[in-house]
Write a protein that binds this ligand. Structure first.
Ligand SMILES: Nc1nc2c(ncn2[C@@H]2O[C@H](COP(=O)(O)OP(=O)(O)OP(=O)(O)O)[C@@H](O)[C@H]2O)c(=O)[nH]1
Length: 851
């Protein structure tokens, strides 16, 4: 409304006077207008002589109504009967309506004329409607209050002439032609009782089924009419179900199903029956207790219902909902529980009306499918194989009853195995005797540790290449590939860093093992990552080692940063893991021009630290070398600047290592390093190092904590097939009769006769690397690492004697030996004496021995 006002006010009539030519209508039109004007004035006067309107007003009205005389008359009557002057409010409200036609400028008039008539018309109609409503309100106001309104002539004789029907006669919503009027279809409230809703009760052709149903309905109705009237009894209800709705109320699906069930129960029992869940009687609502038990005979008359809210309807569910619908499906019966009762058509075991499907076969009347009996497929296959002269596996004994069938089924599920049981004949060797008389070279494993980029992988790559463990062709290939991605200097490291990510990033991520042999010893290299993010992997590597090679970058600045980094941490860790011998490879000596002083400086600092960490001086050796150039690795450096060194090469140092004594006579213990899914020959394999005991092909082993057994199909020691293996050897065991889901890195292989226990807490004597207090820690043991917490600080101990210095300290300082209690979140296979490492927040906080 306001928009129109603004628009009208905004228009300046003068702007449009010159060019519209609207004021020059043709004479014919003028004449017609005059005739219409006269007719309107005549009608106005005929109906109400007192009504007078100016010619301009009449013509304006005619313009509005496209020269429709009647409409113009009606309009003018409305205006003059209820002049805006009677009330200031009316004046204000009608100003727009009046202004819409009277005060319109010429230009706008033309625009209006050119515009779609419907738009114009609707605007006028809207105005009329608004005016009419306001007028009615005011008139009612006046009539009801009886107060004289200033400016309004009392009484209002003309009001009787006003006709709302006439007023709105031209409104489009009242002008719908008869042929356009549609019948409004209202969905019937009652469910159509025809089958599938298809048999109309009136009109249409009835289907055969519907006819049958109708006949049955009629018959039932007659029967009921003939029967003596049943005394008023409480309406039987379904458990948990709503009271029956009065006849004529639309029924929901569940209600229809319930009604169907009720109908059936009435038929079968001839009376009333509890339709609830078998076990639900304890919490029956009061009104449901009124429903008699099925065992009780139907009484001629039941006591009056005590509850007021009991519906007073007659128990005639079969009358109101004749059972002519399809039975509820099994799915509906199960889903709707009590509401969806069984029907006669349902199988008995589904009539239990029990939401707990597991109990279906526990019903007395149930007839479970006998899984122990041969299936139809089995029968066919049996027949076929018999015809071919074969005999398939006989079916198990037939289950005596449902309960037995259940237990058989459970047992059968447990015994289900995708693979057939494998049998391997054991040679029943005396493994220790075999080991003692074997002519094998002594074997030794060493872990290569040190700060990131110290040159560990390169050094080992050089060692392997020089020892012929890797051929020149492969080396050239690595060199080319490394150069392609701009990492040519890492070619030797690629011998051990086989992972694509490791190669792309130029860092070792996981431990890598490799082997080489000298004349006397078969070595296993465990190359550990130097980056602090991968310390857990380094711990796993250290747990497999007899001794360690600590690689130090002698470059200026690098040695110093390594000391602050992982050099010390790694050394401490290997010592804590039980490693006693350490060879320090002072690497990259070519970068410092074989400066003897640099070497001595490093030697001095590191040996001091290692001694403090618990290494004996006789077990510490230093070798200046260059991994890239191969100087002092397997051969002496020929660089004149390096001639001051006359000691052993790295390889010679390795060979001096004493054969490590392992607990061959102890029960079998092997920590699983990796689990492999192999090919057809060996589908499941595990690798690791035998910590204690021995094993042979055909042995039955136990894996913990899963507690699953497996059969050793075959054994590989240091990559070679073997009938047996002993503690200290790195082995691959090919297994059978076990699901790989029971095998994980960190699990322990043992024997059922001497199993390892799983524990959730332990006491350990540890060396603190950081401040210790009751705190969250990760417990590491080889590949195993689990979350836990230091729950108690028992005492701080004397380093040498192990005597308690202070009981129950609140905090343990770094470098202190302490006894702590550790609790673990899950049971893990751990036993004393085992070396464990405690880490928190990505750093090693302590390491020691489980007591
Ligand atoms: N000049 C020189 N560079 C070397 C020597 N040994 C290794 N490098 C270089 O040092 C870089 C790192 O070598 P890597 O063998 O990957 O070092 P790493 O200790 O195995 O590294 P991470 O396993 O990731 O901790 C490479 O670019 C090597 O070429 C050496 O004796 N002299």
């Amino acid at each position: 409304m306001s928009r129109h006002r603004v628009k009208n006010v905004g228009y300046d009539d003068d702007e449009f006077d010159d060019d519209d030519g609207y004021d020059s209508p043709d004479p014919e039109e003028q004449e017609f207008l005059q005739q219409c004007t006269a007719a309107v004035v005549g009608q106005l006067r005929a109906g109400q002589p007192s009504l007078t309107a100016t010619t301009e007003e009449v013509q304006e009205a005619l313009w509005h109504y496209y020269n429709d005389i009647d409409k113009a008359v009606n309009y003018l009557r409305g205006v003059y009967l209820f002049p805006p002057s009677i009330c200031p409010r009316l004046l204000a409200r009608s100003s727009w309506f009046a202004g819409g036609g009277v005060c319109m400028c010429k230009k706008e008039k033309e625009v209006k004329k050119q515009a779609a008539p419907a738009v114009q018309k609707s605007r006028v109609q809207a105005g009329k409607f608004t005016y009419f409503v306001y007028t009615l309100v005011e008139v009612l106001d006046i009539v009801l209050t009886g107060l004289p309104v200033p400016g309004f002539p009392a009484p209002l004789p003309a009001a009787a002439h006003f006709s709302a029907a006439d007023f709105f006669r031209d409104c489009p919503w009242l002008n719908v032609p008869a042929h356009r009027k549609a019948d409004i279809l209202v969905e019937p409230l009652y469910p159509r009782l025809g089958l599938l809703g298809g048999a109309p009760e009136s009109g249409g052709k009835m289907s055969k089924l519907a006819a049958l149903a109708a006949a049955r309905k009629k018959k039932e109705g007659e029967k009921a009419a003939a029967a003596p009237e049943v005394p008023s009894t409480p309406q039987p209800e379904c458990l948990d179900g709503p009271p029956p709705k009065p006849s004529g109320t639309p029924l929901s699906l569940s209600e229809r199903l319930a009604a169907s069930k009720l109908s059936k129960s009435s038929e079968t029992n001839g009376g009333l029956r509890r339709l609830g869940r078998p076990g639900a009687s304890v919490s029956l609502p009061a009104r449901q207790q009124l429903v008699p038990e099925p065992s009780k005979p139907s009484p001629p008359s039941l006591p009056e219902p005590t509850k007021q809210e009991e519906p007073d309807t007659k128990p005639e569910p079969q009358k109101t909902t004749p059972n002519i619908r399809a039975s509820p499906s099994t799915f509906a019966s199960v889903i709707l529980g009590n509401a969806a009762g069984p029907t006669m058509a349902e199988p008995s075991h589904l009539n239990s009306n029990n939401v707990d499907l597991l109990q279906i076969y526990g019903q007395d009347h149930a007839e479970p499918f006998d899984f122990a009996a041969p299936s139809p497929d089995d029968v066919v296959m049996n027949a076929q194989s018999t015809a071919k002269g074969f005999k398939s596996k006989p079916a198990g004994p037939k289950a005596a009853g449902g309960q037995k069938g259940q237990s058989d089924l459970a047992g059968g599920m447990k015994d289900l195995s995708v693979e057939e049981k494998v049998t391997v004949k054991s040679k029943n060797l005396d493994v220790v005797a075999e080991y003692n008389k074997s002519t094998r070279k002594k074997s030794a494993s060493f872990v290569v540790i040190g700060h990131v980029d110290a040159g560990k992988s390169t050094l080992m790559g050089r060692l392997l290449a020089d020892q012929g463990a890797i051929d020149q062709r492969t080396l050239d290939k690595y060199r080319k590939e490394a150069e392609k991605i701009g990492k040519g200097s890492f070619a030797l490291a690629w011998v051990l860093d086989q992972g694509s990510e490791e190669r792309a990033r130029g860092v070792t991520i996981d431990i890598a093992t490799n082997k080489f042999e000298t004349e006397t010893t078969a070595f296993t290299i465990v190359d550990a990552p130097g980056h602090r993010d991968f310390v857990p992997n380094m711990i796993a590597g250290a747990s497999q080692a007899d001794f360690a090679v600590l690689v130090i970058d002698s470059s200026v600045g690098k040695f110093e940063s390594g000391l602050k980094g992982q050099t010390k941490e790694h050394a401490l860790l290997v010592r804590s893991m039980g490693v006693q011998k350490i060879i320090v490879a002072v690497n990259k000596m070519d970068t410092v021009q074989w400066d003897i002083e640099r070497f001595q400086e490093i030697e001095q600092q590191i040996s001091a630290f290692l001694t403090t960490a618990g290494f004996q001086p006789k077990n510490i050796a230093f070798v200046p070398c260059s991994g890239v150039l191969g100087d002092n690795i397997t051969r002496r450096s020929e660089d004149p600047k390096s001639l001051w060194y006359t000691g052993r090469t790295l390889l010679e140092e390795l060979e001096t290592s004493e054969p490590y004594t392992h607990a061959l006579d102890k029960p079998l213990r092997m920590t699983i390093g990796d689990v492999f899914r192999g090919g057809v020959q060996n589908p499941i394999s595990i690798s690791g190092r035998l910590d204690a005991g021995s094993l042979q092909m055909g042995d039955q082993i136990l894996t913990m904590p899963s507690g699953e057994t497996a059969l050793i199909r075959s054994v590989e020691v240091d990559g070679e097939p073997s009938d047996w293996a002993v503690a200290g050897q790195n082995v691959v065991l090919h297994l059978a009769n076990i699901d790989p889901i029971h095998l994980r890195s960190g699990d322990v292989v043992c024997r059922a006769s001497a199993p390892i226990k799983t524990i959730t807490s332990f006491t350990a004597k540890v060396l603190a690397f950081e401040h210790l207090m009751p705190m969250q820690v990760d417990v590491h043991r080889g590949r195993l690492h689990v979350p836990g917490r230091i729950s108690k600080l028992v005492a701080s101990l004397d380093k040498t004697s192990g005597a308690a210095l202070k009981k129950r300290p609140k905090i343990v300082a770094p470098g202190t030996v302490a006894r702590v209690v550790v609790e673990i979140d899950q049971a893990v296979p751990l036993e004393a004496p085992t070396r464990i490492v405690l880490r928190a927040g990505g750093t090693t906080v302590a390491a020691g021995l489980l007591e």
